[in-house]
Design a protein around this ligand. Structure first.
Ligand SMILES: NC(=O)CC[C@H](N)C(=O)O
Length: 366
């Protein structure tokens, strides 16, 4: 049985830049931090979310009300660590699952990340939906802090716009993900998820991962059959070095990008990126594939998006989001280059768009 008294022993609160304060109980590591509050509507997959480097700098509010019930394990990780700033949930459950090796609370504590439970995540989500993603400050530490001071700290935080967070999460050095495959892919790691690497390996690609700041010459020196541009945190426009590298690589080698990689491919081609009001974070976003007419239910996690009106004539839209008509995929009209805003690798999420890794292969075959 859950120990309610113990659960509520340490008070905590999340203060938003708009002045709202949500009070609850601390779990995980009792550290204070500022970040951007967003919400994710997936019904499961908290461990993949915790280890998705794209969430660096963010507090993820899970709209699923019961969290922690299947625990944590070493298999469901999507990168080498936990990168988000904190987890915001309604009800924290003790694990009951044969795959569980550790409670969610213990997992967060061991990894130095804070969580807050007992939050009315429904009203927080409605607020973020109506007012947009918010700068926030999570207070879980023992030192006393007034709510007004926390709101001030949320407002004073630099935010994610214009910030290079890829540099904070990327691998320090190049490494080989696997040794087998008939196509060799150089993958830029802006915050890459393991299931993307697995998706490429399963489709016969041998993958060498490069740090975010690798140059076009570094990539071409590997004599790759294709270049992959990964997902990653924060503002794509801040990554001038990556945009320059992609501009040099375009037309020389087949390109495929996911999420941040898609945004960077668009920026390198001359498009602009802007912010969505509250982003897309979840596992049930309907996307129409304009090339086939098929609707795919996709996994998503982004706050920025390419602006349709800025797309250069050389690019065409291949996918649109059916909730808000934003761009979900593009390709070059004459060169072998394509990208998607959503996550075909899922983890967590549905596998409707998994065939995109095979299509990357086809770009290299041509
Ligand atoms: N998952 C991602 O790659 C996110 C891309 C970018 N950081 C955004 O929020 O839009």
């Amino acid at each position: 049985m859950y120990n309610w008294k113990k659960r509520r022993e340490r008070a905590a609160f999340l203060a938003l830049a708009n002045g709202a304060v949500f009070r609850g109980w601390s779990f995980g590591a009792p550290v204070d931090t500022a970040g951007e509050a967003v919400f994710n509507t997936g019904m499961s997959g908290y461990q993949e979310i915790l280890t998705d480097p794209s969430y660096a700098g963010q507090f993820v509010t899970l709209t699923a009300p019961e969290i922690g019930n299947y625990g944590c394990n070493p298999q469901d990780v999507e990168s080498r660590g936990l990168f988000l700033n904190g987890l915001v949930i309604h009800e924290l459950n003790e694990p009951s699952n044969c795959r569980s090796e550790e409670s969610l609370s213990g997992y967060l504590k061991r990894n130095g990340k804070p969580g807050i439970a007992g939050i009315d995540t429904r009203s927080l989500t409605v607020m973020l939906r109506d007012e947009g993603s918010q700068k926030a400050y999570l207070h879980t530490a023992d030192e006393p802090l007034s709510e007004a001071e926390a709101v001030d700290r949320a407002r004073a935080w630099a935010g994610l716009d214009g910030q290079d967070y890829a540099a904070k999460v990327t691998a320090g050095k190049p490494y080989e993900w696997n040794r087998e495959g008939d196509f060799h892919v150089a993958a830029f790691d802006f915050g890459i998820k393991y299931n993307i690497l697995r998706g490429m390996a399963e489709n016969g690609m041998r993958v060498t991962v490069l740090p975010a700041a690798a140059t076009a010459a570094d990539a071409l020196a590997l004599k790759p059959d294709g270049v992959f541009l990964s997902n990653g945190p924060a503002d794509p426009a801040a990554l001038r070095y990556a945009i320059d590298a992609i501009r040099t690589l375009a037309g020389k080698v087949p390109l495929f990008g996911i999420c941040l990689g898609h945004q960077l491919f668009g920026l390198a081609s001359g498009a602009e990126c802007g912010r969505l009001k509250f982003g897309h974070h979840g596992c049930n976003h309907p996307v129409r594939n304009l090339l086939t007419g098929r609707v795919e239910i996709t996994s998503q996690n982004h706050n920025f998006a390419l602006k349709a009106e800025t797309l250069p004539a050389a690019l065409e839209v291949t996918h649109i989001n059916l909730n808000d008509n934003t761009i979900e995929g593009i390709r070059h009209k004459t060169e072998p280059a394509a990208s998607v805003q959503f996550h075909p690798e899922a983890a967590p999420g549905p596998h409707d768009a998994g065939c995109l890794f095979r299509q990357f292969r086809q770009l290299m075959e041509r």
